[in-house]
Design a protein around this ligand. Sequence first.
Ligand SMILES: Cc1cc2nc3c(=O)[nH]c(=O)nc-3n(C[C@H](O)[C@H](O)[C@H](O)COP(=O)(O)OP(=O)(O)OC[C@H]3O[C@@H](n4cnc5c(N)ncnc54)[C@H](O)[C@@H]3O)c2cc1C
Length: 452
Amino acid sequence: MRRIIDGVDNLDQLRVFRPGEPEYATACATFNVLAPLRPALVVDAASAADVQQAVRYAAANGLAVAVKGGGHLQPVPGDGAVLIILDRMAGVTVDPSSAVARVTGSARWGQVLDAAAEHGLAPLNGSTPTVSAIGYVLGGGQSPTLGRQYGYASDHVTEFEVVTADGSLRVVNDTQEPELFHALKGTRGNLGVVTRMDIGLLRHPTIYAGGIFFPGEQMTTLLPLWRDWAATLPENAGTSVAVDRLPPVPDLPPHLRGAFLLHVRFAFTGPADQGEALLAPIRAAGTAVDDSVAEVPYRDSALMHADPLNPLPYVDKGLGVRELTDEALAAFLGAVGPGVDCPLVTVEIRALGGALDRAPAAPDAVPSRGLPFQVLGIGAGGPDDLPRLRAALDRLVEALRPWRYEHQMANFMTAGGAGLRDVYGPELYGSVLAVKHKYDPDNLFRVNFNFV
Ligand SMILES: Cc1cc2nc3c(=O)[nH]c(=O)nc-3n(C[C@H](O)[C@H](O)[C@H](O)COP(=O)(O)OP(=O)(O)OC[C@H]3O[C@@H](n4cnc5c(N)ncnc54)[C@H](O)[C@@H]3O)c2cc1C
């Protein structure tokens, strides 16, 4: 549907969808089918100039701007906002000589992985190829495969092109408007619409990676062992565990359908035989139901968490944990372990550390350096299931409260979760706010976890 928007100049033509039009519902859909966006109108941008026009229109009409990349975490529905979608701008080009990917619009990690793999290169992608690369990097971006070796994905961004609240298209990097460049890394779309990023890639054509599913009943012995083993891993290895209560759905192989399992994930960028030796104590500690850890093309490691690839209805809650003592593990098992009537489909613990703890070369706004463990619980189900799922998430958070770390991964913040000031800490929060006041004084970009 083509319409002329009455913006500040009435000149440019933008593709616009309004409530009731067939394209509106698709444009407003998110990965969580319980949480579609509800803007006053959608601008389906085809260029940075379209984004500028949409932002100017919103500013001139006193409307908020919402941005959808891959649609994987929209904490508020954006009632009455101008939603800008970036799918027509999605693109990836890789310069093999500099090992830099140029990513535009809402390009997903899957697209970046494919383009990088042609040159034996690997991005610092997350656990699913369907998340948008820019949306992920704006929250720092913790890669389960390469994060502990190379730090947050945002550490590797060399440049952003961004439309700010005044409608300007700015190219920002370490020397051009560095204050804005640095504050964009970790603040999840509070400062403008990022239309393009340049991000460094790493040379890893293959990786030793995958996951092992153990029967859930074995987790009481496996979890403490995993914790102790994870602490001994070199920085070029990463791991996480998930307590899974998988649904009895046909897309799963028969032996995983409806099963209660502990899923141990592992990734190692060194030689496969060394990876195998590192993993041996875990393999020996239980009787695996399924074991996919092997040397694979780097691209295939994007599926090692076995995250769902299609939208589903769910609620979630994330929290940082500062240590997993025996008491903390007992509390965790008491909330989600064997014998507990827990309705959550998955509860994950990621072991962080390594380069994720190191200060970046230039300042940024990633709040989770120094965070040892990130926990995320997910309950899947329709509206009728929500009270029970929410109660189970509350029990999980409550059980881990004594070990809670106030900081957490910005990308795993959840609606109604910890306050932003606590997650970022007063100093980082204050410095981001100063940049926000300079570039977005009227808080146009407020359909997000908002810095106010
Ligand atoms: C299954 C799953 C697995 C995940 N695994 C990981 C992981 O391994 N590591 C990790 O760090 N995170 C992970 N995440 C979290 C994910 O990185 C964040 O939710 C991320 O913000 C999603 O970006 P998106 O563009 O896909 O989502 P959206 O919902 O479209 O965007 C999320 C936020 O970013 C803003 N935004 C997106 N694009 C732009 C842009 N171009 N300009 C300005 N603002 C923008 C949006 O306005 C919104 O506030 C995972 C999420 C899911 C659902």
